[in-house]
Design a protein around this ligand. Structure first.
Ligand code: IMP
Length: 502
């Protein structure tokens, strides 16, 4: 006879946190959101080999996680999983771009020679929007440096249009320069000591490699939680599938990927255990998460198969229609609670702690805090990140409002049928996701700062300054439909709903 879960499953919307005692030192400034990402032997006192500084990762989706978003999120302390529904070469190139990106070190994008005219220079400045231009012998952006020219060095109206760049640039002999290998802190020291606005960084042959700008260092200081590897490169993740991993994984590892996850709508499968075993035996250093599952049995299966973390969630994503199409899934909160209990039992039995990630269905910022309180170590978000400047999709105006496009990996638009493939002969492909718009919300930095601030405040209300402490101390209550209504503004006419943040 079929097994029945007699209790209905619940979503985050149906829960609230009840405050605990808050001591005087339990303040947001003292909160650490650091969290483990991969399995480790906690009982033996091992340190987790990969942690994040905020408990947020971006979804393995074409409309969410590319190299640009990965850099922006790593600056805030989280990890992006760059989408795998692209060619191996394209995905590896995105990973390589994140790993070679050096915060504060900018590659010149304007090609100017000393014999170019000021009119040509102004044309290039218009094209790139950058008013400081490195002048190189051959005009290539990494050619031998001969000078620097900025918009402030000349007034076109007072010069002959044929005047040469060489007449107005600051020549090499008057430039302060640095050699490759200089750190950002050292570059910044030179900039301040010499009262300059930019510092060219050259190789031994005098070829231009980077420019460091005074303003960029200020940006760098805004990101005290940035997530770097031991070579000071940004940490980045990637989605993989159970089909081409023997080719994809080595290419991603070569490009420098730090963490991968099997990306599938349903992870309690022989395909995932085979992939985990094959990858770990061929590349023992590779870290691979797996999923998605929604119960203890699914968790145990992936834990035994060697998953480095386990992702939870079926059918709860904002663009997801899996439940309608196939009738599988479970309320995200119930799934998270049950998997967290299974994870804790696994730890008691084995001493191994396997981080779990609640994936999909986060609508309000407090849903993240609830997921953490219920035992998740971090959450994966699609819709949330799709709204920002850094996401890969178009920003459009629809009905007078700025929106960004957001489509599911199971939509016709993504054509990522592999994610839903169960092997064997193909039956008819059907959609499990929709193509949609989400309201445009500005920069990733501003939004993540606001979200993590709210999480920290709520944690303090619960008397916790770390995520493990929250998980221990949280008091969580189910709420009735009437009390959900009571929780919003009610029985008043709200003046301006559009300015209310989520
Ligand atoms: P969101 O944060 O609620 O938008 O959910 C994002 C999550 O939805 C992703 O991390 C995936 O687990 C899941 N997902 C992505 N695309 C699809 C789809 O087309 N159908 C069903 N689930 C999807």
């Amino acid at each position: 006879m079929a097994f029945f879960f007699e209790e209905p499953s619940h979503t985050f919307d149906e829960y609230l946190l009840i405050p605990g005692y808050t001591s005087a030192d339990c303040i947001p400034a003292n909160v650490s959101l650091q969290t483990p990402v991969v399995r480790y032997n906690k009982k033996a006192g091992e340190k987790c080999p990969l942690t994040m500084n905020i408990p947020m990762v971006s979804a393995v989706m074409q409309s969410v996680s590319n190299d640009k978003l990965a850099i922006a999120l790593a600056k805030e302390g989280g990890i992006s999983f760059i989408y795998g529904s692209q060619t191996i070469a394209d995905q590896a190139a995105m990973i390589a771009h994140v790993k070679t990106y050096k915060a504060g070190f900018v590659s010149s994008d304007t090609n100017i020679r000393p014999d170019h005219t000021l009119t040509e220079l102004v044309e290039r400045i218009k094209q790139t929007g950058h008013s400081t231009v490195a002048v190189t012998e051959n005009g290539e952006h990494n050619g031998k440096l001969v000078g620097i020219i900025t918009e402030r060095d000349f007034r076109l109206s007072h010069c002959s249009p044929d005047a040469k760049v060489s007449e107005y640039m600051t020549p090499l002999k008057d430039l302060v320069m640095a050699k490759v290998g200089i750190t950002l802190e050292e570059a910044n020291e030179l900039i301040w000591k010499n009262k300059i606005n930019q510092l060219p960084v050259v190789d031994d042959a005098g070829r231009l490699q980077y420019l460091v700008f005074r303003k960029d260092y200020a940006t760098h200081e805004e990101h005290p939680l940035e997530l770097l590897d031991d070579k000071k490169r940004y940490i980045v993740g990637a989605g993989i599938n159970t089909r081409d991993y023997m080719e994809r994984v080595p290419a991603l590892l070569d490009a420098g990927v730090d963490i991968m996850t099997l990306d599938s709508s349903e992870g309690f499968t022989e395909w995932q255990s085979r992939a985990l075993k094959d990858i770990h035996s061929k590349w023992p250093q590779a870290k691979v998460g797996a999923g998605n599952v929604v119960d203890a049995e699914g968790f145990r299966f992936l834990a035994d198969a060697g998953a480095d973390f386990v992702k939870i969630g079926i059918g709860g994503g904002s663009i997801c229609i899996t439940r309608e199409q196939k009738g599988i899934g479970r309320g995200q909160a119930t799934a998270t609670i049950e998997v967290a209990r299974a994870r804790d039992e696994y730890y008691k039995e084995t001493g191994i702690y396997i981080p779990i990630c609640s994936d999909g269905g986060i609508v309000h910022d407090y849903h993240i805090t609830l997921a953490l309180a219920m035992g998740a170590d971090f959450v994966m978000l699609g819709r949330y990140f799709a709204r920002f400047d850094e996401s890969p999709t178009n920003k459009l105006i629809v009905n007078g409002n700025y929106v960004k496009e957001y489509w599911g990996e199971g939509s016709n638009r993504a054509r990522n049928w592999q994610r839903y493939d169960l092997g064997g002969a193909k039956k008819m492909a059907f959609e499990e996701g929709v193509d949609s718009y989400v309201p445009y919300a500005g920069s990733l930095h501003d939004n993540v700062q606001m979200t993590t601030s709210k999480i920290s405040h709520t944690m303090c209300n619960c008397g916790a300054v770390t995520i493990p402490e929250l998980q221990q101390k949280a008091k969580i209550t189910l709420v009735s439909p009437a009390s959900i209504r009571e929780g919003g503004a009610h029985d008043v006419v709200v003046k301006n709903t559009s300015i209310r943040a989520e």
